[in-house]
Design a protein around this ligand. Structure first.
Ligand code: HDE
Length: 720
């Protein structure tokens, strides 16, 4: 369904106005060379005679081919596959009590943003539905300069110290001898590394959960991961953790479905984001913060500087402070989505860092990587990266410099340039780093407060529903099942047994192995293992919070029962009731969802009433995994199930993936080829909605309500 509100006019957004300067539209224009020379023939190269050799003189051919030869830049070393959109951020009320950040003061100000979502491990062309963490990067174009919140859809990270990042990424990327597997962690090198690094266990639980296979980029949370600082005008500081909460709720697909989507449409998430914005269903997130007074730094059961830990919402609630709306697709993927350069070190006055050793390493990495990826220290001049705040300094020259700095002076202090550009005082918005007292010896070491690697992994596992626990167990059986080295599998079982014994036992069962007994248990082969075993031995610290509903996607269902933007398949054939289609269509579109008519062939079908109905997709193209629910309008076209095995597969698969099935008549679902389990549960399953002979409105209502519940997990077989 097309919504009325289209992408807003560029004049409403300062960054859009800024980008206008660089936009180029060839409509009604003549073709030219890069030098502006009009081209008379773009189809034939210059040759010595019609059948003769091409001539070196052909500068038009050379320019075109040379440009083409150099079109590619290196992809990001991580987060290469991504999709992005423009929008704005608006704070709900002034945050001046905590921070002087300009964009967090005035609720009437809409700060332009550019937000990029990504997978981590895969290459640029890899599938969207890989089991992976998703990047969630937001560039705020504030009047005080760019602020980047470069987060993930998981609130914790695998490792505690930046020095291990290259090892982690080398382990997860395709193996270096044969470049396999693409965009997958299910292989020996990844699990070898993980099984030797107990600190990864908490994040591993998240990655094995359904958080790692989102239904949509629009239906996932975002987190800043590290603890940052807010600083107000009085120079008082609070620690802060950032959260993005999606308005559409947090939803996932199932793993079998994810793998099939990867085959059917590897752009599934990219397309979903693009189409939602094109049709005016602008995705929205609320920004939440957990604010912790400076004095409470040491009051937790873990170290606030440890990025493998989260602050349970039960201990420090999340306060919602504003919203982000993405309302415009990029015009050019390369110029915007590919060339955007995020950096956690892009901060504004009022926001500062902590000593989290992972964050500290990131502060170096993000500028450094752009030098090889974008090729020059002038990457800040690329339109998408350019600040909308005035920018003046004495940085000069370098590859592809765009700015023409006038005058003789490019140094400070100077008298020849009148001392310009001036340094800004604090009250003029000049940035000063938080005045933290540091009095320490130089050590290459790790704090003992970082050595509890299991308690929050256990907290996460215990906070899941049984269904979610089963999914984690199955994910581990899958991932470790793909690992060929048995010793790695066993070592992992040892680590899992320290999170939860049932978890370890069940994974072991699927692998046909036994959990190692305590004396065989691997203790610490990882960090510090060669140095001082005692010191680096993982410890368990009793956690005051042992259960957190916010960690479960199924329990934490805020705002998740809307069906807005869901995709509903209508399986139809000639003879279908146009009235049944129309009634259901009207009810569904009223809720903001989209329907697609799927039929044996493209073009149109003829309804029982003799009406032409336009077909959106043929059964050859459509697949259940690409939809949220399926509706088979009426029994008049029951014969089509016999004639079209794809339609039967569609229904069976929707059932297997616990989706809602609506049918005009029960007899449709008792067709001989329909899954016998489905047939048996027609009357008992709340996700199978059959039209009563009267009361069609109620039928549509029940169907829509059921879709709002997303999935009917009780269909899943028990896990033994
Ligand atoms: Fe990144 N990360 N990262 N990372 N990261 C990059 O920067 C790095 C980490 C994250 O859409 C790279 O421009 C190090 C945590 C996102 O363009 C690189 C460490 C979190 C993106 C880099 C981390 C992230 C990146 C690659 C450990 C969540 C995509 C290309 C010390 C809070 C940004 C680039 C985009 C990208 C380094 C850990 C999120 C190489 C060294 C923790 C969302 O600089």
């Amino acid at each position: 369904m097309k919504k009325e509100n289209k992408q807003p006019a560029a004049s409403e957004n300062l960054k859009q106005l800024d980008l206008q300067q660089n936009k180029s539209d060839s409509a009604d224009q003549m073709m030219t060379t890069d030098q502006g020379l009009k081209i008379n023939d773009d189809n034939n190269s210059l040759k010595a005679g019609e059948r003769g050799p091409s001539m070196l003189e052909d500068f038009i051919l050379r320019e075109k081919i040379t440009h083409f030869d150099h079109e590619r830049i290196p992809e990001r070393i991580v987060h290469a596959r991504g999709s992005a959109a423009h929008g704005y951020f608006q704070v709900y009320k002034s945050m001046e009590k905590y921070t002087k950040a300009g964009f967090l003061q005035d609720p009437s100000v809409k700060t332009p943003v550019f937000t990029r979502f990504s997978t981590v491990a895969g290459s640029r062309g890899s599938t969207d539905l890989a089991r992976d963490i998703r990047g969630f990067s937001v560039k705020f174009y504030t009047e005080q300069g760019n602020y980047d919140l470069v987060g993930n859809n998981v609130p914790v990270f695998f490792i505690q110290d930046a020095i291990k990042f290259p090892d982690l990424i080398h382990a997860v990327k395709p193996e270096p001898n044969n470049e396999m597997p693409q965009a997958a962690s299910a292989h020996d090198t990844f699990w070898d590394f993980i099984s030797l690094m107990p600190e990864t266990m908490h994040t591993i639980m998240w990655v094995m959960s359904d958080r790692a296979i989102p239904r949509s980029l629009r239906m996932m949370e975002g987190f800043g991961v590290h603890t940052f600082r807010f600083i107000n005008t009085k120079n008082e500081t609070h620690f802060v953790k950032f959260h993005w909460k999606p308005k559409l709720g947090t939803h996932a697909v199932v793993w079998d479905e994810a793998q099939k989507i990867s085959g059917k449409n590897s752009d599934f998430h990219r397309q979903d984001l693009w189409e939602a914005i094109e049709s005016g269903h602008f995705p929205e997130w609320e920004l939440g913060v957990q604010i912790i007074p400076e004095a409470d730094e040491h009051k937790f059961d873990f170290d606030l500087l440890d990025p493998t830990k989260l602050v349970p919402e039960e201990t420090v609630p999340v306060t919602i402070i504003g919203k982000m709306v993405l309302n415009r697709n990029p015009d050019n993927f390369f110029a915007e989505t590919e060339q955007v350069a995020f950096h956690p070190g892009h901060v504004v006055p009022g926001i500062d860092f902590t000593n989290d050793p992972l964050l500290q390493g990131r502060l170096f990495s993000y500028t450094d990587t752009q030098l090889s990826r974008l090729g020059s220290p002038n990457f800040h001049e690329i339109p998408i990266n350019r600040t909308i705040a005035p920018m003046h300094n004495n940085q000069r020259d370098g590859h592809m410099r765009q700015e023409i700095n006038v005058g003789r002076v490019s140094y400070h202090p100077n008298s020849l340039g009148g001392g310009c550009p001036f340094q800004a005082k604090i009250e003029e918005g000049g940035f000063t780093s938080f005045n933290e007292r540091v009095d320490a010896q130089k050590v290459r070491d790790r704090s003992e407060s970082f050595s509890d690697h299991f308690s929050q992994a256990t907290l996460f596992f215990n906070s899941q529903t049984q269904i979610e626990k089963n999914h984690i167990i199955k994910a581990l059986r899958f991932e470790l099942g793909k690992v060929e080295t048995v010793a790695i599998r066993t070592r992992m079982l040892g680590l899992l047994s320290q999170i939860d014994m049932t978890l370890a036992d069940k994974v072991a069962k699927g692998l046909g192995l036994k959990v190692p007994t305590s004396h065989e248990k691997p203790v610490n082969h990882g960090v510090g293992a060669d140095a001082d075993k005692q010191k680096y031995e993982p410890k368990k610290v009793v956690q005051r919070v042992t259960y957190s509903a916010a960690l479960s996607m199924l329990k934490n269902k805020t705002l998740s029962d809307t069906i807005a933007t869901r995709q509903i398949a209508f399986l139809c054939a000639d003879g279908v009731s146009a009235m049944a289609i129309d009634k259901m269509r009207v009810a569904i579109e009223k809720e903001g969802a989209t329907i697609k008519i799927i039929a044996p062939h493209l073009g149109s079908i003829k309804s029982g009433e003799g009406k032409e109905i336009k077909v959106d997709q043929s059964l050859l193209i459509a697949a259940s995994v690409l939809f949220d629910a399926v509706y088979i309008p009426d029994s008049k076209n029951a014969a089509f199930l016999d004639a079209n095995p794809e339609a039967v597969d569609f229904i069976n698969e929707a059932f297997k993936h616990c989706k809602v099935i609506g049918a005009g008549d029960a007899s449709l679902l008792t067709n001989a080829n329909i899954d016998t389990k489905l047939q048996k549960s027609i009357n008992a399953d709340k996700g199978i909605i059959i039209s009563p002979t009267t009361g069609a409105e109620n039928f549509a209502h029940s169907f829509i309500n059921a879709i709002g519940q997303h999935r009917f997990w009780n269909r899943e077989p028990e896990l033994h």
